[in-house]
Every structure is written in C-alpha cells, then in structure tokens.
Design a protein around this ligand. Structure first.
Ligand code: CTP
Ligand code: MG
Length: 238
C-alpha cells in the first residue's frame, strides 16, 4: 500500500505567544518541524511527505528545514488555510493519485514514535480509519457556568485523541467534502470521518506524544529533547 504522511504545520502558535510560529522554534537546537519530519523521513512505511506551511513561509521551510535537514521525502510544500481543517484539505489536494492511505500528523508533536506510526498504519490498512489515542486517567469534570457547579463526567471508555490519524484516501476526501458542504469544523480529522458514519478505530498512542501548545509545554519538550526525562518516561527523542 502506498502511504503519504500529511503534516499540517500552517498554524500561528497563538497560545504559545512567540514571535515565530512554534513549529519553527528549536528544541535542543533543532526546529520542531525538522524533528517531526525526520521521524517520517526515517519510517520505511512512508513514501511521500506533504507539508503544509503558513502562506509566505514556503521558501523558508524549503531552505531552513527541508534542505538543511535532508528531508528528501517531502514532495510538496503547500500553503495552509485559516483553520487546521482547511490546511489539511489543502494538503490532501496535493497528495499523489496513487496514494491509497494518508497518515496525518501534527507538526507540533515531535516525539511521535515509529511504533505508534506502525500501529496506526496497520489498523487503518484493515479498517480504513485509525486514530492514535490514550485512555483518560484523570477524573473528568464539566461546568457549564464558568467554574461553578461542576459535575463529574463518567470517564469509562473516554480516550484523548492524538495524531497520527490515518485514513483510506477515498474516506478522507469524502469526509472533508461532507464537512465543507455542512459548514462543519472539527478539532481533528477523525471527527470528520465519524460524521460520515464510518467507524474510526482507536489505537494506543503514547503519553510522550505530546502536542506543544503552551510555553510550559515547550519547556517540558526542551527537557525531553535534551534527554533529561528519557529514563523515566521512555520517550523517544531521536
Ligand atoms: N495547523 C495548521 N493550520 C492551521 C492551524 C493549525 O496546519 N490553520 C497545524 C499546526 O501548525 C499544528 C497542528 O495543526 O502543527 C495543531 O494545531 P495547534 O496545536 O492548534 O497549533 P497552532 O494553531 O499553531 O496553535 P494555536 O492554536 O495556539 O494558534
Ligand atoms: Mg490552533
């Protein structure tokens, strides 16, 4: 099966609040985006990488990331859209005709492992749609009025979704088209596939596969990247 990795990296990093989008910031001296792309570059499962970047950052991404870090599998660099979903849609339209499975992974999750990629691909090859996720361990509270009147939500069967998420190309295209027709915007790709009534299979992700969202996340990721937390958390950092 011919598989492409689609990497949405067109966000602005608003919550991190740095001058540059977070995917271009260094972790232990290497840009987050280069770290993420390197995992797919070295994965024998992946043939092509489609990279989606903020409009205007195409040349920078090519020179400072792709050429600098020898990321030969990156076949297309595509300008993204206003939402992650729009960026994914832009990336999907650049996927080669003969690709039958698309694996989508956030640029902001540089600690993804080959094992998780393998699990997601194996499952999606059989089922057509797979999503890395981890079972929620915290007790869940919902409050509709700010912070008051919180009630406990049953966490039985609740998982926190991660990326990678992988889909048969035809399923992903249909899901994006349906969402566009309905004016629906989701926070991940699997939610669009679910709306088709197509079953998404959850696959064990990894607690180290964190998404760098806030400045605290970046500090934690820097320690991980420098290897301080390696022994205790078994996170892969290279
Ligand atoms: N993303 C994208 N296009 C967008 C928004 C997000 O490709 N219009 C990408 C980000 O670059 C990131 C992934 O989707 O790799 C997950 O998004 P998120 O963590 O929300 O990143 P940002 O949108 O950049 O951050 P923020 O929401 O804080 O602005
Ligand atoms: Mg965002």
């Amino acid at each position: 099966m011919r598989i492409a990795a689609l990497i949405p990296a067109a966000g602005r990093g608003t919550r991190l609040g740095h001058g540059r989008p977070k995917q271009f910031l260094p972790l232990a001296g290497t840009p987050i985006l280069a770290k993420t792309l390197s995992v797919f570059e070295s994965s024998p499962l992946i043939r092509d990488i489609i990279l989606v970047v903020p409009p205007g950052e195409e040349s920078y991404s090519r020179e400072a990331i792709i050429e600098r870090y020898n990321l030969f599998k990156v076949k297309r660099i595509v300008p993204g859209g206003a939402t992650r979903q729009a960026s994914v849609a832009a990336g999907v339209s650049a996927v080669a005709e003969d690709i039958s499975l698309v694996l989508i992974h956030d640029a902001a999750r540089p600690f993804v492992s080959h094992e998780v990629i393998q699990r997601v691909v194996d499952t999606a090859m059989v089922s057509g749609a797979a999503c890395a996720a981890i079972p929620v361990v915290d007790t869940l509270k919902r409050s509709t009025g700010g912070r008051e009147g919180a009630i406990t939500v049953d966490r039985e069967g609740v998982w926190a979704a991660q990326t990678p998420q992988a889909f048969r190309t035809s399923v992903l295209v249909a899901a994006l088209e349906r969402a566009a027709a309905d004016g629906y915007t989701g926070t991940d790709d699997a939610s669009l596939v679910e709306r088709l009534g197509y079953p998404v299979v959850l696959v064990e992700g990894h607690p180290c596969n964190v998404k760098i969202t806030t400045s605290e996340d970046l500090e934690y990721a820097e320690r991980l990247a420098q290897g301080f937390a390696r022994a205790s958390s078994r996170c892969e950092t290279d």
